[in-house]
Design a protein around this ligand. Structure first.
Ligand SMILES: [Cu+2]
Length: 267
């Protein structure tokens, strides 16, 4: 009996050990390019580890059962039926309940840390001028950080493109340019159907809904070019509804901004 328990403990330790090792060392996600990304990835790692524990544990149990409960040579029936096992039923109810509860609370904490539970209206410059209702979105993560460098952009989504309006420069761009390490505050509206603004490298996604403006705030942390993908099936060319976000050094961004501003004046 002692031997059996020892084996069981060893196998469980092995399953947990290998799951943690894979979960912490194998990265399935793209670059982390915004302040939200490392926070979101914490949750992903935990979910990945839990998934691995269940997958490896179940696979081992199935393989063990294949050999242990094989039909014996002279066996003709299934044997005596098993009826009820209270302790087993308590275990398989209590453990998953605790796991689900922990995941729920932890997800709430992560959503709060990326700004999902904050008030949506009070941070946004464009919104203070008119008292338009903002229906949903991700707010800014902290009020204490620098807000003077806020970049405000208005996003219009339509079948099948995104357009970015820079109110301060009074111009519209098909590419979203932003300076690295600056907060970007976007107000998003749809001209037709529901779209979704998704940047995998930033770990952000927000629906864009006709008649119900939404907001999305983020801070890019890595210079580079990243895809913006529409993540809501919005029509026959939904798959082609893509744009780019270009994160630049502040000086380069200023240069780009000036050039576009000038063009508008010349016209
Ligand atoms: Cu779309």
């Amino acid at each position: 009996m002692l031997n059996k328990n020892l084996y069981l403990i060893l196998i469980i330790s092995f399953v947990f050990g290998i799951s943690f090792w894979i979960g912490l060392n194998v990265n399935l996600l793209p670059d982390e390019a915004s302040l939200n990304a490392p926070i979101y990835d914490e949750l992903f790692k935990i979910l990945f580890i839990i998934g691995l524990i269940i997958f490896i544990g179940m696979t081992l149990a199935v393989v063990y059962s294949l050999f242990k409960f094989r039909k014996k040579n002279n066996q003709t029936g299934d044997g005596i039926a098993l009826e009820g096992n209270l302790s087993l039923e308590i275990i398989w109810t209590v453990i998953p309940s605790i796991v689900v509860l922990i995941i729920g609370l932890y997800s709430y904490n992560i959503y709060d840390r990326i700004g999902g539970m904050k008030q949506l209206n009070h941070n946004h410059e464009m919104m203070s001028s008119n008292s338009e209702k903002i229906w949903a979105g991700i707010s800014q993560t902290s009020d204490n950080e620098i807000t003077k460098n806020n970049l405000s952009v208005e996003v219009s989504a339509m079948q099948f493109a995104f357009l970015f309006n820079y109110p301060k420069g009074n111009f519209i761009s098909g590419e979203l340019h932003v300076p690295v390490d600056h907060k970007v505050s976007m107000k998003m509206e749809s001209k037709d159907v529901i779209h979704a603004f998704w940047v995998p490298e930033f770990r952000i996604k927000q629906d864009i809904i006709p008649g119900q403006p939404t907001v999305l705030n983020f801070t890019p942390t890595k210079v580079g070019k990243y895809p913006i993908i529409c993540a809501e099936l919005c029509g026959p060319y939904h798959g082609g509804m893509r744009a780019s976000i270009i994160v630049q050094k502040e000086s380069e961004y200023e240069e780009w901004f000036k050039q576009n501003k000038k063009m508008e004046v010349n016209v």
